[in-house]
Design a protein around this ligand. Structure first.
Ligand SMILES: Nc1ncnc2c1ncn2[C@@H]1O[C@H](COP(=O)(O)OP(=O)(O)OP(=O)(O)O)[C@@H](O)[C@H]1O
Ligand SMILES: [Mg+2]
Length: 301
């Protein structure tokens, strides 16, 4: 498993942009269990600590006021109406917004105590540790085997590639369906199988966290349930964040739920914000905010 005490997140080759920045000693990643306040409901390690996160695209403040702690080996669901910033926030967790030119991030996300946007942090290593699965299955135009082997090869994994591929496919609950056709094109798989292949590809490089943006929205109910079962298995080894529009899915799979809503200012600018973040049982049975209750009971809008 990923060694979180090493310093590989801090790239020794990251160009130093500002004079003197090279003097900053590398910060070791340490997995320090957070002391919980009295009455707190968990002692799980905090993986991400998000403080006052906001994201702009150019002049548009897309999402603001996001503060939350994401805990290890839990599934955290992000829910809310279309355009409230769920995908935007999700992309902040592995710096995928870096590749959107006009995106600007303010606030702080620390990952195991390290500022994810710190100047010595290597975004490529961040994305290896924090893998992503998208709404639409997006296998590479390669064989099933090569899709899974791609990441480990690039990352220079040593060891038997056949074992690495098999292990990832088993964890993604796909091995039995593909073991006799590993060299056939990934495009020959069904949509649900392709999505599990993408999950296998994401976990083949041994990440710490999996980000999933509506991973089952293009799938039928049976394939959806398979993905949900798989998530329950995967959370033993990974911390998972999932964006979903499916309330039942959020209620079924997640340990904690964050509800986002949209406010509209005088100029008509729409900005998403975090309304409420709590244990999923609380959000769905006894939410604190009226807006949350209206949304989860379908009285929204
Ligand atoms: N690449 C981008 N460039 C400019 N604006 C963007 C970009 N991506 C998202 N936005 C804007 O940011 C806001 C939030 O979008 P986002 O995709 O995060 O919402 P969402 O909650 O994931 O919505 P949905 O449920 O429809 O997927 C929207 O107003 C959207 O238009
Ligand atoms: Mg989205």
């Amino acid at each position: 498993m990923t060694d979180l005490t090493d310093e590989t997140l801090l790239s020794p080759v990251t160009p130093v942009m500002s004079p003197g920045a090279g003097d900053v000693p590398p910060i070791a990643l340490q997995e320090t269990p957070r002391k919980e306040p009295p009455g707190s409901d968990t002692t799980r390690t905090v993986v991400f600590d998000v403080q006052d996160l906001s994201v702009r695209y150019g002049d548009h403040l897309a999402v603001a006021d996001v503060s939350m702690e994401i805990r290890k080996n839990e599934i955290t669901a992000l829910i809310g109406p279309s355009g409230c910033g769920k995908s935007t926030v999700l992309r902040c967790f592995n710096r995928m917004n870096d590749i959107i030119d006009i995106a600007r991030i303010n606030g702080r996300i620390s990952y195991h105590g390290v500022d994810l946007y710190g100047k010595n942090v290597d975004a490529v290593e961040v994305r290896r540790r924090i893998g992503m699965v998208f709404q639409k299955p997006n296998p590479f135009p390669k064989s099933i085997y090569d899709n899974v082997a791609f990441g480990p090869k690039i990352a220079g994994f040593s060891g038997d590639m056949d074992d690495i591929v098999r292990d990832a496919l088993e964890r993604a609950a796909l091995w039995d369906e593909v073991k006799h056709r590993l060299k056939t094109s990934a495009y020959s798989l069904s949509g649900g199988q392709q999505q599990r292949l993408c999950i296998a590809r994401a976990i083949a490089t041994h990440p710490d966290v999996l980000l999933m943006d509506e991973p089952a929205s293009a799938l039928d109910p049976i394939a959806t349930l398979r993905i949900e079962d798989l998530m329950q298995d995967l959370k033993r080894d990974y911390t998972i964040l999932i964006v979903t529009h499916n309330m039942q899915q959020a209620a079924r799979v997640s340990d904690r739920t964050a509800f986002f809503n949209i406010r509209v200012d005088d100029e008509g600018q729409r900005t998403g914000y975090l309304v409420e973040y709590d244990r999923t049982g609380t959000i769905f049975t006894n939410p604190n905010q009226q807006a949350t209750e209206d949304y989860i009971t379908g009285r929204f809008g």
